[in-house]
Design a protein around this ligand. Structure first.
Ligand SMILES: Nc1ncnc2c1ncn2[C@@H]1O[C@H](COP(=O)(O)OP(=O)(O)O)[C@@H](O)[C@H]1O
Ligand SMILES: CC(C)(COP(=O)(O)O)[C@@H](O)C(=O)NCCC(=O)O
Length: 320
């Protein structure tokens, strides 16, 4: 088995890296509970994830996660007992981070499905951070319409409050809802979270560290409440290409809907659409990846690195 350690050459770094074949072996005897029709429903637009990818990449990840869930649950239980708190369970929180168009949603939905299929049938909730984007009217007021997805375009205080409320066992916690179609927060709509066993929280910036306040102190960040985190990684050149290809598919589908914020792109020729998607990438999503998202990669418990064909080619786990 090829085992490469990263951080330094002597095997003592904080990470262990496994190439795909070695990673797959870790769950070689685990049966796959997901079928092709379910996978089809969970896959994002143009995401080519296949059942073999689920077996070889996701099953070992969920096996590792089951160790984390079991041991973390025991730790919370004994901590609560020691503190004489009457909390019956603390939700296990998983963060899923990575660039726009890297395939986070497919990964998060697959994780939700596989974890919910465990024999003990945990209740798994998936929340995306786009619900915590400031509404367009507020972004416009703050001059941030061209910074959508940057840390400052979110209501970070509300997102933090939400995660703390869920984690501390509040009976019912609500989150706002975002629509990709209208490109804005949906007025009056809410996602309701009721004491799940596991919550997956997916978004560009979930691994951001806490901000330093004017007085030099730091507050808390949502990632302080993660029990496990995954960073979906790929070459930025490939991600840009995936973004453009997805934009072309959206031109033929979602952008044809008269309610779409991007309805004007529905009439673009292929050449115009490629140029426009490239422009959006180069002015918003690319700079956000370099400045804010990619620098958080090393904070993840697991990094899943995709090749240009979307297949995960190696996995890096923080072992200490
Ligand atoms: N303009 C859009 N209209 C409709 N759906 C979109 C649009 N942009 C992105 N999506 C969908 O929203 C989801 C999240 O996309 P994104 O934030 O780029 O993350 P990722 O590709 O990593 O899952 C994807 O399933 C994508 O297909
Ligand atoms: C909605 C998003 C900011 C992603 O939000 P997330 O759920 O990751 O917090 C992103 O998909 C987006 O729409 N970015 C704006 C630039 C663009 O239209 O591509």
């Amino acid at each position: 088995m090829v085992q490469r350690f990263t951080g330094n050459g002597n095997g003592l770094g904080p990470y262990v890296e496994r190439d795909r074949a070695d990673w797959a072996e870790l769950a070689a005897s685990t049966p796959l509970t997901l079928d092709a029709a379910t996978l089809e429903k969970l896959r994002g637009l143009r995401d080519p994830t296949r059942l073999i990818d689920v077996s070889e990449v996701y099953l070992p990840l969920t096996r590792l996660l089951s160790e984390y869930v079991r041991h973390t649950g025991n730790l919370y239980r004994s901590t609560n007992e020691f503190l004489r708190l009457s909390v019956d369970r603390t939700p296990f929180v998983i963060g899923v981070a990575g660039s726009v168009a890297v395939g986070k949603s497919t990964m998060a939905r697959l994780l939700r499905e596989l974890l919910a299929g465990w024999p003990e049938h945990p209740r798994v909730t998936l929340i995306t951070t786009d619900g915590f984007l400031l509404p367009n009217a507020e972004l416009e007021r703050r001059g941030l319409m061209h910074r959508k997805g940057f840390p400052e375009s979110y209501d970070r205080r509300e997102l933090l409050r939400f995660v703390i409320d869920v984690k501390s066992g509040k009976e019912e916690v609500t989150a706002p809802v975002y629509s990709h179609l209208t490109y804005d927060i949906v007025p009056g709509e809410q996602a309701v979270v009721r004491r799940p066993d596991i919550m997956i929280i997916e978004g560009l910036n979930v691994l951001q560290p806490a901000r330093v306040r004017a007085d030099g102190t730091t507050g808390l960040a949502v990632s302080d409440f993660f029990d496990f985190s995954v960073y979906v990684d790929a070459d930025p050149v490939d991600i840009r290409d995936w973004y453009i290809q997805r934009f072309l598919s959206l031109r033929d589908t979602a952008f044809q809907d008269p309610r779409s914020y991007f309805v004007k792109y529905g009439k673009f020729t292929e050449e115009e659409a490629i140029a426009e998607a490239g422009r959006i990438w180069d002015s918003i999503n690319g700079p956000n990846l370099w400045t804010n998202i990619r620098p958080t990669r090393g904070r993840a418990t697991a990094i899943l690195r995709k090749d240009s064909d979307h297949r995960v080619k190696w996995v890096r786990i923080r072992k200490v």
